[in-house]
Design a protein around this ligand. Sequence first.
Ligand code: HEM
Ligand code: HEM
Length: 187
Amino acid sequence: MQDEMPITRTYSPIARTLHWITVAAVFLMIPVGLTMTYRGNVLNIWDGLTNGLYSAHKLTGFLLLWLMAGRLAYRLLHGAPPDEPTLAWWQKAASHLVHWLLYGLLLVVPLLGWIGVSLFPALTIFDLFDLPALARPNEEAAKRVLDIHGKLALATGALALMHIGAALHHRLILKDGVMRRMLPWVR
Ligand code: HEM
Ligand code: HEM
C-alpha cells in the first residue's frame, strides 16, 4: 500500500516565483521613485536620465499592478500552506495581517500612480507609447493623488522591512521552518 503523502508546508513553485518577482520589482521601484523625484522636483534636472527613470518606474509599476492582480487571484484560488505549527496565535495573526496589507498596498499604490499620471497627464513611456488614461486631466488632483501614492509607497517599504525582519528572525534566531516555506530553491 502506498504511504500517505506528507502535507506540503512550502508555498507552491508558482506562489514562490510570484513572491520573488514582486520582491525584485519592489526593491527596484522604491529607489527609482525616490531618485527620479529627487532629480526632478528637488534638483530640477529634467534630462534624459530623469525622464527615463520616470518611464521605467511607470512601466514597471504598471506591469507590477497586473502581476499583483494575478497573484491575488492565484492566492484566493489556491490558498497558502497551513501555518508553521510552532507559531503562537499572535504570530499567525500578525503575519496574516501584514501579508494582506502588502497585497492591498501593492494593488492600491500602483493604481494611484496610474490615476495620478492620467490626471497630470504624463502617460508617455519612453516617448514610445502612452499608458491608457484612467481620468481626464486635472493637475491639482494629480498632485494630491501622487502625494498619497508616494506616502503609501513608503509605508509599503516600511511594512516590507518589518516583514523581512520577521523572516530573518525566524531563520536566524528562532531557526524554525517559516523562511523555508518561501525559499526559491526548496524542492
Ligand atoms: C508598486 C508599485 C509602485 C511603487 C512601490 C512606487 C513607489 C514610488 C515612490 C517611492 C515614489 C517617490 C515618492 C516620493 O518622492 O515621495 C514614487 C513616485 C511616483 N510614482 Fe510610483 N510607485 C509604484 C507604481 C507607480 C505607477 C504604476 C505609476 C504610474 C503609472 C507611478 C508613478 C509615479 C510618479 C509620477 C511619481 C512622482 C510623484 C511626484 O512627482 O510627486 N508609480 N513612486
Ligand atoms: C528578502 C526579502 C523577503 C523575504 C526573506 C521574505 C520571506 C517571506 C516568507 C518566508 C513568507 C512566508 C511566510 C509564512 O508562510 O508565514 C513570505 C510571504 C509573503 N511575502 Fe515575503 N519576503 C521578502 C520580501 C517581501 C517583499 C518585499 C514583499 C512585498 C512588498 C513580500 C510580500 C509577501 C507576501 C504578500 C507574502 C504572503 C504570501 C501569501 O500568503 O500568499 N515579501 N515572505
